[in-house]
Design a protein around this ligand. Structure first.
Ligand SMILES: Cc1ncc(COP(=O)(O)O)c(C=O)c1O
Length: 429
């Protein structure tokens, strides 16, 4: 049997069965529903898109997958070149993986090893070698490196945000701050969480700046941690402080990338050292993700010494079908005026939700292609999913958040339906 995600298998309501999907619609055994959450925020062009289908079919006739260890192929080469030219500044070095969580793990591992590598004091090892008349044993050299690996240049902490969510693997759970998802795994070794306030940011850097090997954030919009939105000023100050204290800045844009905040990437506004993309990378077609490093990070691994290399390699990294569909998805994004489409979605959401007031509602927030109605009590949203489904909308509220993150190809009428259902929930008798 299927073990479903985030669900108590004994008490969960049976999931709707999908028999087909096209555009914004899911054809389920409970009827035709607009998917207001874009299959966990990934299906930006809608389902069954002819261009994306064709990209996969074309590649399928050549081959579906080969590993990237010792082999390479055109779709992965073209996608990495496209990303290098499309992403800001020198975010040019693409490490592929199969999911957002793994890609964040890779980013953290990169940041930690970047510091290990540069903490590896080559001149000291050389001096030692010479003292041993050029014959320093590998064992001594290894233990010198091992020492460094343990201290990562004296830096052993991650700076992260309160309400952060970065995935469900162990290190991403530690960097996250969301007990709804990870309450059974409370350990937070070497992670400091701060609110998205500049004074807290400045204070933590004053007190711990030299201890961080990276700062990891979901920029502008924190998704699974409660659809929290914050301003770009915080990120600009974070960039300055990371530069001042020599800390790598990582943007987890697994959810925010490809337009969700109204920007192509938040990295266009403030450039991180490492950028993580997933979800919409493939238009939501195939699980794939990428960790993109800038030149400084890449150079920290580059050299004659094998031990400076990044020892990571997911079996399905650079999957040829995923890379092909990602290229087609980016072309659609570029040629289809998506930023304008998202602006339209944002304007409609703001207009429709502007006057929504109810004593159960804490706040209404809209940013780009994300609209959230946060209530005080999770019980307020009990039954909303079924209510929405009866009115033609698939929704999946969580905690105190009722939200819409629609496919960008949604028509205004379809969007009105989604927002109308969200509002009706509060007006119903
Ligand atoms: C910001 C962020 N990072 C990482 C992830 C994990 O991605 P995946 O589910 O592909 O592992 C998610 C998933 O929702 C996310 O929202």
């Amino acid at each position: 049997m299927i073990w479903y995600p985030y669900a108590q298998m004994k008490t969960m309501t049976p999931p709707l069965k999908v028999n087909g999907a096209d555009g914004v619609y899911l054809h389920t055994d409970g009827g035709k529903l607009i998917d207001s959450v874009s299959s966990w925020w990934s299906v930006i062009h809608g389902y069954n898109h002819p261009v994306l289908n064709a990209a996969i079919e074309e590649q399928l006739h050549k081959f579906a997958h080969v590993m990237l260890g010792g082999l390479t192929h055109e779709p992965a080469e073209r996608l990495s070149e496209k990303l290098a030219s499309w992403l800001p500044k020198d975010l040019d070095y693409c490490f592929f993986s199969d999911s957002g969580s793994v890609a964040v793990e890779v980013a953290l591992k990169m940041a930690l090893q970047f510091n290990v590598n540069r903490g590896t004091d080559r001149s000291k090892i050389l001096a030692l070698k010479n003292a041993h008349h050029g014959g320093m044993s590998n064992a001594i050299e290894d233990s010198a490196l091992h020492l460094n690996a343990n201290c990562a240049n004296g830096r052993n902490k991650i700076l992260a945000l309160k309400n952060a969510y970065h995935g469900d693997t162990f290190k991403t759970m530690e960097a996250g701050d969301d007990s709804d998802y990870h309450f059974a795994f409370p350990q937070k070794n070497g992670v400091i969480h701060i609110p998205t306030q500049t004074d807290a940011l400045e204070k933590v850097f004053r007190e711990h700046g030299e201890e961080f090997y990276c700062m990891l954030v979901e920029p502008l919009l924190q998704g699974a941690g409660g659809m929290k939105m914050y301003g770009v000023e915080f990120l600009k100050r974070a960039r300055e402080l990371c530069d001042e204290y020599d800390v790598l800045l990582i943007f987890d844009e697994v959810a925010t990338g490809f337009g969700r905040t109204g920007n192509r990437f938040v990295a266009d506004l403030v450039c991180p050292d490492i950028l993580v993309l997933g979800k919409a990378l493939t238009g939501g077609y195939i699980g794939h993700a990428v960790t993109v490093a800038n030149r400084k990070v890449f150079n920290g691994f580059y050299g004659d010494d094998e031990r400076l290399a990044l020892m990571h390699g997911p079996t399905f990294m650079g999957n040829a079908l995923a890379c092909s569909v990602a290229l087609a998805s980016i072309e659609l994004f570029e040629s289809g005026n998506y930023i304008e489409k998202i602006k339209r979605i944002e304007n409609v959401c703001k207009k429709e939700l502007a006057d929504l007031k109810d004593p159960r509602i804490r706040e209404v927030r809209v940013l780009g292609g994300c609209a959230c109605i946060e209530v005080y009590e999770p019980e307020t949203l009990c039954g909303f999913k079924e209510f929405a489904a009866r009115r033609g909308v698939f929704s999946r509220p969580f905690g105190t958040c009722m939200y819409a993150m629609v496919p960008y190809i949604i028509t205004e009428e379809q969007l009105q339906t989604v927002l109308g259902v969200m509002k009706q929930w509060f007006f119903r008798k």
